[in-house]
Design a protein around this ligand. Structure first.
Ligand SMILES: Nc1ncnc2c1ncn2[C@@H]1O[C@H](COP(=O)(O)OP(=O)(O)O)[C@@H](O)[C@H]1O
Ligand SMILES: [Mg+2]
Length: 222
């Protein structure tokens, strides 16, 4: 069974008196352990799809099934719970807490997840992301690439089954983009995490096992 599955997914935003049809029947299956990239012009519905896959947003129609649970059918509280247990998000803006060190940001994520943290897993993640020596630094004392690696560490520290990344290299130069992408590849390969990544960068899209192209709220090639 796919770990992520949508069936005729619809999302219509109401803006004043106007309906914006952001998703018009999206059918997507992602198997466990896949690394899928999503490309498409700005406004084609990529972020909306990712937010629905991650339970941040409730669709206006269709089904979204995450690891066997139908997100469209459950309460807001249940959806939040599923998200915390199964999903890690990485955004274009790193969204780290500026007053906390890298370590503090990771501990906060563990706390929100309701775990006291698994020291062995944490060491493995920090080693993979080459962050062992950066744990006492605050975000402003880190480069953009390092900040994004901390954000990725935060997303994977609780070992969610699925990583959803929305333009994770969008704010990085090419050197740091390459480092971050290689680390996502490693996490996918070594920890077996399923990854869905939105990107504008054709080279970034190439590292995925599969490329999905969106246009006007639909998947046009898969
Ligand atoms: N919160 C929102 N309220 C109203 N319209 C929105 C909202 N978010 C996105 N949209 C609209 O939905 C469409 C798809 O947006 P989005 O999913 O962000 O696309 P992409 O990530 O591919 O750029 C766009 O027309 C956008 O303006
Ligand atoms: Mg977007």
């Amino acid at each position: 069974m796919p770990i992520l599955q949508t069936d005729n997914l619809m999302m219509t935003y109401r803006v004043g008196k106007v309906d914006v049809h952001a998703l018009r029947g999206v059918n997507l299956n992602v198997e466990k352990g896949e690394f899928v990239s999503i490309m498409g012009h700005s406004g084609s519905g990529k972020s909306t799809l990712l937010h629905i896959l991650g339970g941040l947003l409730k669709p206006t129609g269709g089904k979204v099934i995450v690891d066997g649970e139908d997100l469209a059918a459950v309460s807001d509280a249940q959806r939040t719970d599923i998200r915390r247990r199964k999903i890690g998000f990485v955004f274009q803006r790193f969204n780290l807490f500026p007053t906390l060190t890298a370590e503090g940001n990771l501990k906060l994520a563990e706390h929100v997840h309701g775990t006291s943290g698994n020291a062995e897993l944490r060491r493995e993640v920090l080693r993979l992301l080459k962050l062992e020596n950066k744990m006492k630094h605050k975000p402003l004392e880190l480069s953009g690439g390092e900040q994004q690696r901390v954000a990725i560490a935060r997303a994977v520290i609780n070992r969610p089954a699925i990583i959803l990344a929305d333009e994770p290299t969008g704010n990085l130069d090419s050197e740091n983009s390459e480092i971050v992408l290689q680390m996502l590849v490693q996490l996918n390969r070594d920890i077996g995490q399923t990854i869905v990544m939105i990107t504008h960068n054709p080279e970034a899209a190439e590292i995925a096992n599969r490329k999905v192209l969106m246009r006007d709220g639909q998947i046009v090639s898969n």
